[in-house]
Design a binder for this molecule. Structure first.
Ligand code: SF4
Length: 504
């Protein structure tokens, strides 16, 4: 019989390391350790998430067909993922037909170069931005800065984060970890011409930001945006927001550049009806978001006269090729899962080290950027969950995040077959393979009482046991093991008493 050499298809590339913000510098447990020490941050996050959570429950409870809407949202997104290439081609043709220019970017490096090149062509050294997770993901602001182009965020929370030389800690409320007096300090230190008597009343802070931004809107010729949805049928893009600053960006400048993750496609205009009910209710607990801006290509003498759309892959095709990743791509970035997550509520978003924090970030980040072994910070993300299921209940498109996390944990353990944690498990398996070995191991464990000392826990052991203590503490071993107690005179006496009582 003749053997046929079957070609093995190459797996699509993940987002590249070293570009963008899809990998932190330390593991989730290490980062969470620092964040947990910040009680102010915990208070700020807890107040904000509890408020949004209650509003969400109220407005979703008002809709008799909420569950059907969730089913529709889930079905539409699943259909999109199943025929993404076809829908993207349809979308590209529609955008081009309406005067837009479409660019395809395989990863963060390519997308940054395309956008910087487009800005350079305009001759502008400044751009204004609508809040955009895609540009945060690829590290666009940092890249533009390295090219001598200054980007100004116009979403109020993003502006606070930017002026505070900080990073966002929530999908929807990037400055959720800041309180009013901290914001006042940032404005006083970073905004030119701000009133030195500025107080921390929200209206005063908003007025100061408005004065600062108004000048930028009137003088900056280029805007960069993300998008919530791209409609394949018509080539229309849409941004939903609360402040109207996004609308100023989308209409005032001469040139508009939109960076869109390829998963943001929906097939038809009619599908918007479902998502414009699901999104605001799930994200801010509002029945309708205050501003919905939609644009299709270029309209002569009205709005930006030059429109470029950068379609970003950056690991999405790789995610699409994986059954977990495919479901995670259904996410509409509403942040409902963050607001109900007990782990996120305590650690905040920075501990996840990625643009995408919280439960969905713990799935999406490793899918987009990969988990490269036990020392990759992304490998710890699938464990950043109690698996309580609150995220699944809250998700408007019914992504089963807990099941995805369990599957990712399984993948991580398989990948780590030669890591220190796997070595620790192999050592445990040998110790438990016979009663003699187990007795010797128990005697050795007794030494643990000395190591644990007054702290009552063991936080660091040498390899291979470090594989366990890297992520968890071991409680102080008891004075006596169960087997020792069973063999002792006291144990025998208590067992005899128990037997007697059972027969009385
Ligand atoms: S996973 Fe679901 S709940 Fe979480 S941000 Fe995405 S759509 Fe919202």
């Amino acid at each position: 019989m003749t053997r046929v050499a079957l070609p093995s298809p190459a797996f699509p590339p993940r987002a590249p390391e070293g570009a963008g913000n899809l990998r932190g510098s330390e593991s989730f447990p290490d980062a969470a350790h620092h964040e947990l020490a910040n009680s102010q941050l915990r208070r700020n996050i807890s107040n904000a998430t509890h408020t949004i959570r209650e509003k969400r429950l109220q407005v979703t409870g008002e809709l008799p067909d909420w569950e059907q809407l969730r089913d529709s949202g889930s079905a539409i997104k699943t259909d999109v993922m199943n025929r993404l290439p076809e829908l993207l081609e349809q979308f590209e043709a529609a955008v081009t037909a309406r005067g837009g220019v479409v660019h395809w970017a395989q990863d963060a490096v390519e997308a940054n170069e395309i956008v910087a090149g487009l800005v350079r062509e305009t001759g502008s050294e400044e751009v204004i931005k609508v809040k955009s997770m895609a540009t945060q993901e690829i590290g666009l602001n940092e890249h533009l800065e390295s090219e001598g182009i200054r980007a100004y965020e116009t979403d109020l929370a993003e502006l606070i984060v930017q002026l505070g030389h900080d990073t966002p800690s929530h999908i929807l409320v990037p400055a959720i970890h800041r309180n009013r007096s901290e914001i006042r300090e940032i404005f006083l230190n970073e905004m030119a011409d701000v009133d030195p008597h500025l107080d921390d009343d929200p209206a005063s802070l908003a007025a100061a930001a408005r004065r600062f931004l108004r000048h930028k809107f009137m003088t900056t010729p280029v805007a960069i945006s993300g998008t919530n949805f791209g409609i394949a049928e018509t080539g229309t893009l849409g941004v939903v927001e609360s402040e109207g600053n996004g609308r100023m960006c989308l209409t005032m400048p001469q040139t508009l550049i939109t960076v869109m993750g390829i998963e943001k496609i929906i097939p038809t205009y009619a599908d918007l009806e479902v998502f414009l009910q699901l999104l605001p209710r799930s994200s801010t607990g509002e029945r309708m978001n205050p501003y919905t801006s939609m644009w299709t290509g270029v309209t002569p003498e009205d709005g930006p006269q030059s429109f470029h759309l950068v379609l970003l892959d950056n690991g999405r095709t790789a995610a699409l090729a994986d059954k977990i990743g495919r479901e995670a791509l259904n996410c509409i970035r509403c942040s409902a899962c963050l607001n109900v997550c007990p782990v996120y509520e305590r650690t905040g978003g920075h501990a996840y080290g990625s643009t995408y924090p919280g439960p969905i970030g713990a799935v999406l980040t490793p899918q987009l950027a990969g988990m490269h072994g036990s020392h990759d910070p992304n490998s710890s993300l699938p464990f950043a969950s109690s698996l309580c299921g609150a995220c699944f209940d809250a998700c408007p498109v019914k992504i089963d995040i807990p099941s995805l996390l369990v599957e990712l944990r399984h993948q991580k353990v398989e990948q780590a077959a030669f890591g220190s944690e796997a070595a620790a498990m192999r050592a445990a398996s040998i110790a438990m393979s016979s009663s003699g070995k187990f007795t010797v191991a128990q005697k050795a464990a007794g030494l643990g009482r000395l190591i644990a000392g007054k702290k009552g826990k063991i936080s660091a052991l040498p390899p291979p046991l470090s594989g366990w203590t890297d992520a968890r503490d071991i409680p102080k071993p008891p004075k006596q093991t169960f087997r020792q107690w069973w063999g002792s005179a006291e144990g025998q006496r208590e067992i005899a008493d128990a037997r007697r009582q059972a027969h009385e």
